[in-house]
Design a protein around this ligand. Structure first.
Ligand SMILES: [Zn+2]
Length: 435
């Protein structure tokens, strides 16, 4: 019987879904966004869930609290030390080049989706930004390969360019009935959910993953009208997925905080400028290289400023001295060397520099003042990346059972919780099934 089947991937086992399971990653969803929207009465579905119909948890994401490392942790069930994606960007020291971590070859672990598809489950993935698509879809077989279960993976950003061979689906705009959204818009995320509901109505995949963009959270604080409208929109789609009989599980990749002073000016420590001033006299101009793993092609709303950086030092520069100097800077929360930092944050040592630097809650790290274009910031800076944005919500549409006391729950436990630990909700179809 299908119900007894187990899928094991990356050392973790998952029960076969008895109904579709939809995991949602709400990008940049600091817990207060949902709390405030529920308090404002604009999320009636989530309100019932947190009132006891489901589960309402706070869990830890991965540091650096950025999009790619956390999305890949969610879909592999493991921290970046295992899957290798430690940021949007890393420095390849051997080849002296800065590399975008969009390429599936950089992924060191298979996803849950490829394992489930191989076991015969149908899979559908929709992500807002195309930068995640090939990582999330890595290992899936598209286009009706002989005996393969159906797999679909596309982004709303490029929803007009899908094919059966590369995405497992064509005609997405017609199916969803929305125009192609702008990459900087709330609609980019709404499209993800509208597509998810259509796919649930028409194809009913066993495993679904929906991942949004944090465009709204970078602009609007929790409880603001702009934020509440976005959360009200999402709540309607989640209610529809629930009504269609799916298990709905929600978490976030990271939180989001204001990173500006009372006057609205960004609070930035320009690390490259700082280190150049300290080191250039004795060690030359290339003594330190600061890498900001938040950097990606979509920097307009955060100016590539986040609260996490890694620093590569030239041979001969004393790591401990630089570390002590940075740790003494106001606004710096934490400086670790590579070994300490990778152990503490479960990161891949070969994709981090000699130092890992984390800024305080309301401070961000830059390279040089000249290199950051802040002209796109039309509202005071909000961003993420640090330990202060690690705490995220995790909501499930049914109560949990069988969780060990004292277990540290992570956002990347979401499929474990949704597949292995849900209580049966008293619903008519289940009541019949159980007799
Ligand atoms: Zn994100």
């Amino acid at each position: 019987m299908a119900e007894n089947r187990i899928v094991t991937v990356n050392g973790r086992s998952y029960r076969w879904p008895d109904r579709p399971v939809v995991a949602v990653c709400v990008d940049g969803s600091q817990p207060e966004y949902i709390e405030r929207a529920i308090a404002a009465g604009v999320m009636p579905w989530a309100e019932k869930i947190v009132a006891g119909q489901g589960a309402d948890l706070r869990v830890d994401g991965v540091v650096p609290s950025f999009t790619n490392p956390n999305n890949l942790s969610i879909v592999t069930g493991q921290p970046p030390a295992v899957h290798g994606i430690c940021g949007n960007f890393y420095y390849d020291r051997d080849n002296d080049r800065e590399v975008m971590m969009n390429e599936p070859e950089l992924l060191r672990a298979p996803t849950l989706f490829s394992a489930f598809q191989r076991a015969g489950a149908s899979v559908a993935i929709v992500t807002a930004k195309d930068k995640l698509r090939r990582l999330l879809g890595h290992g899936l077989e598209f286009g009706g390969a002989e005996n393969a279960a159906e797999a679909i993976c596309f982004s709303s950003e490029k929803a007009d360019q899908t094919s059966l061979a590369e995405h497992g689906i064509e005609g997405v705009l017609e199916m969803v009935g929305m125009p192609l959204p702008s990459v900087y818009s709330a609609e980019l995320s709404e499209f993800v959910f509208a597509a998810g509901v259509k796919l649930m109505q028409t194809r009913r995949p066993d495993i679904m993953y929906l991942s949004t963009t944090d465009y709204i959270q970078h602009k609007f604080a929790p409880g603001s009208a702009g934020a509440n409208a976005f959360y009200a929109m999402m709540d309607k789609y989640w209610a529809q997925l629930d009504a269609l009989g799916a298990v709905v599980a929600l978490t976030a990749d990271h939180g989001m905080h204001a990173k500006h002073d009372a006057a609205g000016e960004p609070q930035v420590i320009y690390l490259q400028d700082l280190l150049d001033a300290q080191l250039a006299d004795h060690h030359g101009a290339a003594a330190a290289r600061v890498i900001l793993p938040i950097t990606d092609p979509y920097v307009v709303h955060h100016g590539a400023l986040g609260s996490f950086a890694t620093v590569y030092l030239a041979p001969g520069v004393d790591i401990a001295t630089v570390k002590a100097g940075l740790a003494a800077q106001p606004g710096i929360e934490l400086v670790c060397d590579n070994a300490e930092g990778c152990a503490r944050f479960e990161l891949a040592a070969d994709r981090m520099g000699d130092l890992i630097v984390v800024a305080e809650r309301h401070v961000v790290l830059g390279t040089t003042a000249a290199r950051h274009d802040l002209s796109g910031l039309d509202v005071p800076l909000r961003s993420h990346g640090g330990v202060s944005e690690q705490r995220v919500p995790l909501l499930l549409s049914r109560p949990l059972v069988g969780i060990e006391a004292g277990r540290r729950l992570r956002n990347f436990d979401i499929y474990d919780l949704a597949l292995n630990h849900l209580a049966v909700r008293a619903e008519p179809d289940f009541a019949e099934h159980m007799q």
